[in-house]
Design a protein around this ligand. Sequence first.
Ligand code: SF4
Ligand code: SF4
Length: 282
Amino acid sequence: MCEFCHKHGEGKKWYLQAQNYSEDLLSDLRRRKFIQDFFLHPEKLNEDLEKVERFRRTPSFVRGVLTPFLVNRQKKVHWGQVVPIEDVERILGFVSSVVRMACLCRQATVGSEQRYCYGVSMVPQEKSQFRQLLEGIDVAYLTGPNTAGLETLSKEQALANFRELEKKGLCHTVWIFNAPFIGGICNCDRSDCGAMRSTITAGFPMMFRAEYVAGVNPDLCNGCRQCMRVCQFGAMGYSIAHEKVVIDPRRCYGCGICRASCTKNAIALNERSAIPLAAGVW
Ligand code: SF4
Ligand code: SF4
């Protein structure tokens, strides 16, 4: 279990606890202000990425001193965790409504609308404070006339979309907006998602790995290497001697994207805590 499970989930998977999506948490004025500012300024994301890049070039001893402090601060305001599709399905099982919206990251990094983000709420959509808050934020890319605005989806539609996005190679992640409130589920990739870029490319973490690690069944794997093409995290290798794919559990984020691409059902996710090399690696 990651540290959020202990802090915000009483030792269980924190993102499966309904109270972390509650409207009560959203009543907090500081949190509401944080969410409004977050969506009002997509350009700030690029500035933050430039800062991370500058930080990456500072001397290692300076980074060593500052990183724990900065990461700790990040964990309080905007932090994510990779979640596989079965846990997305569990979340959709207990929330009351789902709204799809344009992704802030893609707006900032590629300058176009990609509807990869899903706001989830514990009350019916029309009464949701989250929806009202988002609709009250005056930014064209989110609610303006040239977009589809905030689309209400059924849980079945949302789950089908997540499965499609997974087939495209996008990795599901849950996100806090001032801990422990979880505001949504996103679909990330390392080239266009700011948080994943920061975590993987720039070395400044903004998310935990999943509570799982993938493993390959060598009896089922035919060595086609399709799965290697979709792993965003460089966790897969190919054994020429065995003509099979292998997964490094120390690098695996447990997203399950490789599993979705395997037509031989050769990949399974296992609890991270049960894999000695990966337990405690977040
Ligand atoms: S996609 Fe499946 S069968 Fe192909 S290499 Fe990967 S694990 Fe093996
Ligand atoms: S090997 Fe791990 S990190 Fe890579 S796609 Fe599979 S589950 Fe995700």
